[in-house]
Design a protein around this ligand. Structure first.
Ligand code: IPE
Ligand code: IPE
Ligand code: MG
Length: 248
């Protein structure tokens, strides 16, 4: 599959909604959803390594949404612990593969120890020049948009920005994804056809690829290549006609 991919038409940025851990555990006969989260690490490794191998530049992983704070406390605590363990375990591999770590989201809401581990790993990998892996943590698209709006309003209030100068470019650099190109491809496992408050602004023209019968813990790099292969035969029209696109 990997050899069949057109290296000149790779998505620059892939965003992933890693969904279905709980159902995976249930399907295996386990009553505890956390078992599913624990078994998601292999899939995280695979998607990162697969992306690096073929030369994707940015990979955003939706790891914890604003709404996920409403889950049972035991599950939230387990997820926060797993986050730290994953970062610790993966740091050497990230270095080996020249991966730079970054984050988006309201990370001040994370427990102190998780924030510390995360920020230290980000600092530690900041000079790596390969794939950038962005962990979306305590993130939601609505939060991002409201946050950007506040930043812009502050500047207007301070008199450093005129309302007439508010435009899409300014809005983009006020979002938490500042400096990161918008995703070209969004992958979701677990069969649900929804955005679940992910990058609402940034996904405006992303191509969507849903795995209907695959839960996140079973995701392997072949699945990533399958999604990219499908992406490569699509016509991205950005509102134009097909004839216009072919002339470009
Ligand atoms: C995705 O799997 C992981 C997180 C949202 C943190 P889920 O935990 O949502 O699993 P399902 O969708 O309930 O099966
Ligand atoms: C989306 O999955 C969030 C993450 C994968 C982190 P959810 O399981 O929270 O989404 P819904 O609730 O099914 O929409
Ligand atoms: Mg889910």
């Amino acid at each position: 599959m990997k050899e069949q991919l057109d290296r000149n038409n790779l998505p620059k940025h892939i965003a992933v909604i890693m969904d279905g851990n709980g159902r995976w555990a249930k399907q295996k006969g386990f009553t505890d959803r956390i078992f599913g989260h624990r078994n998601a690490l292999k899939a995280v490794k695979e998607v990162i390594e697969g992306s690096g191998e073929i030369g994707v530049q940015y990979l955003t992983l939706y790891a914890f949404s604003t709404e996920n704070w409403n889950r049972p406390k035991a599950e939230v605590d387990a997820l926060m612990m797993l986050l730290v363990k994953t970062i610790k375990d993966e740091l050497p591999t990230m270095h080996k593969n020249n991966v730079r770590l970054d984050t988006i989201g309201d990370i001040h809401n994370l427990p102190e120890y998780s924030q510390k581990e995360l920020l230290s790993a980000i600092d530690d990998t900041k000079n790596n020049t390969g794939l950038t892996v962005i962990l979306a943590l305590s993130y939601s698209g609505k939060w991002d948009i409201v946050n950007a709006t506040k930043k812009i309003a502050e500047q207007v209030k301070a008199g450093t920005l005129a309302i007439e100068d508010i435009n899409e470019s300014l809005f983009e650099i006020s979002l938490d994804t500042k400096g990161i190109p918008n995703p070209d491809l969004m992958i979701r496992t677990g069969g649900d056809h929804r955005i679940s408050n992910f990058m609402l602004w940034q996904l405006a023209y992303a191509e969507l690829y849903i795995f209907e019968n695959l839960f996140w813990p079973d995701f392997r790099r072949e699945h990533l290549f399958e999604a990219i292969k499908d992406y490569q035969v699509r016509e991205r029209r950005f509102g134009r006609t097909s004839e216009q696109v072919k002339m470009m």
